[in-house]
Design a protein. Structure first.
Length: 753
């Protein structure tokens, strides 16, 4: 509508008198001003106020100048956790404190209402599950492992809490590990009891290592292949439904094991970039400490309603989702996915909030979000960046629409600097309402991790949802949270202030010739009571995980900002050096390119024998067709009616787009322009070679536009996904997988140059 309005204004100016156009402009601006500055005062129901945080200009302090160690400027107050030492204590606390509150909820289908279990019911389920599984173990054995394999559910998390209450060790599993890694985990831990959500996953495990498995629990008792599976495995492995498991425990209840604080509670396997995955050990002490560190970070009452809701969709096999569901105050990372999951659950349970699970899978995420109307939304940069690019695409290129859009964002940001978060006004209605409706219109806090957001994406999300957006940094080895951004911090591109109870230092990286004193950056090292004691049955890697003073080495390169916040440059193993000696942080370049609506996925690579980077790009077909329609005419050949669009026009496929040298040039040209606008250095960008003007190429701007000749970009028609292994569970690019898959294409790009 706004684009049509802008077009109408444009024609008014051209076809009528200048005076008429001028009066129309004045009238339009008056309406906008009136609605946004006068009428919005009547709509105070959509306004929230967030208290500012002190010390935004001093987000860390040096506590050891000799060793460059920094810590938080705030004092940790963990009175809540003086009596909570184990996961068993934590479970008893939340069940007793919030017994009648709804806890876990899920719909059997999209036509039904959700079934909510109260905290008291959740506690009884935990006791029953723990009692039942304990009967399958030999009490004389040293360690009892239970595998958890499947999508998020109340059954999944209740089983993990049961492990914590009955002295068992939870081992989350996930598909993207790959078969070799799964076999390694099953053998290393000796897993013989596994909870699975579907028959398909059970069959996969039985195929890999059937002789070792003795008991398998299925969550989805209505799986159509369940009966046939029981027949085919009769006598070799005991199969029970989760409901049957609960019944077994209720008939034969056992007292809780009351584990010790230094007993292992969780072994969380990291996918890693090379070799087999490493099992990060977390004891009851480190897990509870990780939850404790999250408590003082954010006052949840500062973010709207007293009863918050969260839709859990990021895999529980990783830690941060769990941490947000268990703790009282949220935080996140550049966090590896594994502690982001735990962190979400931690936040919700300690406060007695509601956690809903997906009805089917992530493909219907928006349906569940609009139904449950969550107040806390946990996301990864890829999701938020996609929201931004889709909005930019919908706005179009009209100057008036773009101006109004930027005006609306800036107006919201200016108010938010003063702690005012409103969701009303004419511009808000046109630009942001639809997006908020997709997520249920109740979002009061967005938590984002796994990589830093681009500044324009962060500003857009803050304005569109009119809420605080938090970013942070941590790792599975560090117990999740290390740093997090503060409410109302106007700066972007950093990982935030050091969390209370955590110490951080930067050390030299000899392999990269990085010296902290000289370069102002180095490898991030962390010390806290939440850090892992090491890797499971892996003494070599455990010894390499810590320095001589006991700090955990993260493998990330970072630097301190002027305000004392931590800025992560990239993973040290991702950074590569070009032939001229310049170091490249590829994720930084990828995040810049990903802001283009033309890009669905992008991967940047390089090596020490070349002076430039190369890129693999998956284009967005709809945007390519919209932007370059005139250039696609030659690609459209007569096709069967089944390949025609609804209006009868011939269509073009993504494969055809990727094979077109002209489209490759046009996409590269846009990426180069975006890179220049974002101050990427010339050697950071994919190599281009300025050639002839467009000449005879079909273009409306052929007389004034230069086109860059493609030398080092490869277009791919297969989107990166978790299913094909090119994305991690946090939707980050799986660099080793993509590099292997496109090794020939990348080599060819270098040969052509």
């Amino acid at each position: 509508m706004l684009e049509q309005l802008g077009s109408h204004l444009y024609h008014c100016v051209l076809n009528h008198s200048a005076a008429f156009g001028f009066l129309f402009i004045i009238a339009l601006l008056t309406v906008i001003y009136f609605y946004n500055n006068v009428w919005q005062l009547v709509e105070n129901g959509n306004v929230r106020y967030v208290k500012p945080v002190d010390n935004l200009c001093c987000q860390s302090k040096v506590i050891d100048s000799k060793n460059h160690i920094r810590a938080s400027t705030w004092k940790l107050n963990d009175t809540l956790f003086r009596d909570i030492k184990t996961v068993r204590d934590l479970t008893e606390y939340v069940v007793k404190k919030h017994s009648s509150n709804p806890c876990f909820g899920m719909r059997p289908n999209f036509e039904s209402s959700p079934t909510w279990n109260t905290y008291e019911q959740m506690g009884k389920t935990v006791e029953a599950v723990g009692s039942a599984i304990s009967q399958w173990f030999d009490s004389t054995q040293g360690e009892h492992f239970v595998g958890l394999y499947g999508r998020n559910s109340a059954e999944w998390f209740s089983t993990e809490l049961a492990c914590g209450s009955y002295g068992m060790i939870a081992v989350p599993l996930y598909d993207t590990l790959g078969q070799e890694a799964l076999v390694h985990i099953l053998k290393q831990t000796g897993l013989h009891i596994v909870l699975c959500d579907t028959v398909a996953r059970i069959r996969q495990l039985l195929t890999l290592i059937q002789d070792q498995l003795t008991h398998i629990i299925i969550v989805n008792k209505n799986d159509p292949d369940w009966e046939s599976l029981k027949e085919s495995t009769k006598g070799s492995v005991e199969l029970v439904t989760f409901d049957q498991l609960v019944t077994i425990g209720q008939k034969n209840p056992l007292p809780a094991n009351n584990p010790k604080v230094d007993d292992t509670f969780l072994v969380c396997y990291t996918s890693g970039s090379t070799g087999l995955p490493k099992g990060v050990v977390h004891t009851h002490r480190t897990f509870v400490q990780a939850v404790s560190l999250a408590q003082p970070v954010v006052d949840m009452e500062n973010y709207g309603p007293t009863k918050h809701r969260h839709v859990s969709y990021l895999p529980l096999s990783h830690i941060m989702e769990q941490m947000v569901i268990v703790s009282s105050n949220p935080h996140y990372r550049l966090l590896p996915h594994s502690f982001r999951v735990y962190f979400v659950i931690s936040v919700m349970l300690v406060n007695g909030y509601q956690v809903a699970f997906l009805t089917t899978d992530i493909s219907r995420l928006l349906t569940d979000l609009s139904y449950y109307r969550p107040t806390i939304f946990v996301a990864v940069p890829r999701i938020l960046s996609r929201m931004y690019t889709d909005t930019i695409r919908g706005i179009g290129g009209a100057a008036w629409t773009t101006w109004l859009f930027n005006f609306a964002i800036q107006k919201r940001l200016n108010e938010q600097k003063r702690g005012i978060f409103r969701q009303n006004g004419l511009l808000d209605y046109f630009f942001f309402r639809k997006m908020r409706e997709q997520l249920g219109c109740c979002i009061s806090l967005i938590i984002c991790g796994s990589a830093p957001l681009q500044a324009e994406v962060l500003e857009f999300i803050k304005a569109a949802f009119s809420c605080v957006v938090m970013e942070g940094y941590g790792s599975t080895e560090c117990g999740g949270l290390v740093t997090a951004t503060l409410p109302l911090d106007p700066n972007s591109g950093h990982a935030g202030a050091i969390v209370m109870g955590v110490k951080v230092k930067l050390v030299d990286v000899p392999s990269m010739n990085l010296v902290v004193e000289r370069d102002g950056m180095g490898e991030v090292c962390v010390m806290s009571n939440a850090c892992t004691p090491g890797y499971y049955k892996d003494e070599v890697n455990t010894n390499q995980l810590f320095d001589n003073s006991g700090f955990t080495l993260t493998g990330d390169v970072g630097r301190w900002t002027e305000t004392g916040s931590l800025k992560i440059v990239d993973r040290s193993k991702h950074i590569f050096k070009l032939s001229q000696g310049e170091y490249i942080a590829p994720e930084k370049v990828e995040q810049v390119y990903a802001t283009s609506p033309l890009v669905t996925n992008v991967y940047v690579d390089g090596n020490s024998t070349s002076s430039y980077t190369v890129a693999v790009v998956v284009p967005d077909l709809k945007e390519v067709c919209r932007r370059f329609a005139t250039h696609l005419v030659s690609l459209c050949t007569p096709t069967p009616s089944s390949d025609q669009s609804a209006d009868g026009k011939n269509t073009v496929t993504l494969s055809q787009v990727c094979e077109s040298p002209l489209i490759v040039k046009l996409i590269l040209k846009e990426l180069t322009e975006i890179g220049k606008a974002k101050d990427l250095k010339s050697f950071e960008q994919a190599k281009t070679n300025v050639r002839e003007q467009l000449g005879s190429l079909p273009s409306e701007n052929a007389s004034s536009c230069h086109l860059h000749n493609v030398k080092a970009i490869h277009l791919c028609s297969e989107p990166f996904s978790i299913a094909n292994g090119m994305l991690t569970p946090t939707m980050k690019v799986s660099r080793p997988t993509v590099r292997r898959h496109f090794s020939e294409a990348i080599a060819k790009l270098y040969e052509q140059n």
